[in-house]
Design a protein around this ligand. Structure first.
Ligand code: FAD
Length: 338
């Protein structure tokens, strides 16, 4: 267990926001977590769990103990007749893990290629993209309770996955440190190709039955073309969730705004495109100092260089208020604001 003092978190968050952690502890194993819990000083102090910093907005310095999760290891645990069971340490890079599973001949995660961040943060917001969510491939996870130091194995039921949501954002927020995650990749492999942009790739290339590697490459190229790269311009991906409204409400909105992008979420609810709402409210490309709304994608807020978390958050509030005023729809932020 390595303990560092006065650590700049700028390189540890993809927005590139300035903030200093008074104490940063690098966690490489379950035993490291228990050492923190048992420590007379660290054990009692408030804590924040940090993965790859790709879904957080740091608005201030961090007096809490920052636990930076660096648990490593990736392996194929089991090859059953009906599924491959694969496992990764929470500190592994998510995209590297997707590549690893494909290289091992265990497809199923290809639609989730190129999502930034660590494996351990995946269950926290039930990461999803291009028709697949983590919960569709989830087996179980290991976590350590930050109050008692007890190790637990949690299944899908306890994780209570929802749209960009789980128990780790509610009852277990800041309480459970995830150390390893296992995935169940169904055999025989079935491609997930329902997403419009993947259908376009099929039409463009004439490849009607793409394999997992082909889907992985398509998803990566779609994402690179669509989303600003955090290495080039600081951001945390989608800043707002797509809002869920009653289908009646969506019908009324579409009567007044026929181009409003929306799709059914259940029999009674409809998901609206937050990007469409933001663009139609005139915010795409808006810049205030170094805080801005991306010119490339209206759902992405960006740091043009020296923005602070407070400035990004103020801009987010302005966007939220503007969309609410024009459409009567309140947007919920996706990243965790600290
Ligand atoms: C360009 C870009 C594109 C993105 N695209 C997508 C996308 O398509 N789909 C999607 O779902 N998300 C997307 N995201 C969001 C982000 O990649 C995911 O939320 C990712 O899972 C965050 O991982 P992280 O390791 O960076 O977590 P962090 O930002 O470090 O942490 C996020 C939250 O998880 C908690 N946490 C982190 N690790 C652990 C752990 N081991 N145990 C317990 N709690 C933990 C933190 O305390 C915090 O509350 C995108 C982000 C960017 C920058």
């Amino acid at each position: 267990m390595q303990i560092d003092r006065g650590v700049s978190l700028k390189p540890y968050n993809t927005f590139g926001l300035p903030a200093v952690a008074q104490t940063l502890v690098r966690i490489a194993s379950d035993a490291d977590v228990r050492r923190v819990v048992d420590d007379p000083v660290l054990g009692l102090a408030p804590k924040f769990i940090l993965g790859g910093g790709s879904n957080i907005i740091l608005t201030r310095d961090m007096p809490q103990i920052v636990l930076k999760v660096e648990v490593r290891g990736m392996r194929v645990l089991e090859e059953r007749a009906d599924a491959w069971i694969v496992e990764a340490g929470a500190g592994e890079n998510w995209h590297d893990f997707v590549e690893f599973t494909l290289a091992q001949g265990c497809p199923g995660l290809e639609n989730l290629a190129l999502i930034p961040g660590t494996v351990g943060a995946g269950p926290v917001q039930n990461i999803g993209a291009y028709g697949v969510e983590l919960q569709d491939r989830f087996e179980s996870l290991d976590a350590v309770d930050l109050l008692t130091g007890r190790s637990v194995v949690l299944g899908a039921e306890i994780c209570a996955f929802g749209y960009r949501d789980s128990v780790f954002k509610h009852a277990l927020a800041g309480r459970s440190l995830i150390t390893r995650v296992r995935f169940r990749l169904p055999r025989p492999w079935q491609p997930v190709l329902g997403y419009l942009e993947l259908q376009k790739k099929i039409a463009e290339t004439g490849i009607a039955s793409p394999g997992p590697r082909q889907i992985f490459d398509w998803v990566a190229s779609i994402r690179r073309a669509k989303l600003p790269d955090p290495a080039a311009i600081g951001n945390a991906g989608s800043f707002f969730k797509n809002p869920l409204v009653s289908s009646q409400r969506a019908t009324n909105l579409r009567r007044d705004h026929p181009t409003l992008a929306a799709w059914p979420a259940s029999d009674e609810t409809t998901k609206l495109s937050a990007a469409w709402l933001i663009e139609a409210s005139g915010f795409k490309g808006l810049r205030q100092g170094d805080a801005g709304v991306s010119t490339q994608h209206a759902l992405v807020l960006v740091n043009h260089g020296q923005a602070t978390g407070a400035q990004i958050w103020a801009l987010a509030q302005q966007v939220r208020a503007g969309v609410n005023e024009k459409f009567g729809v309140l947007l919920d932020p996706e990243p965790v604001v600290i």
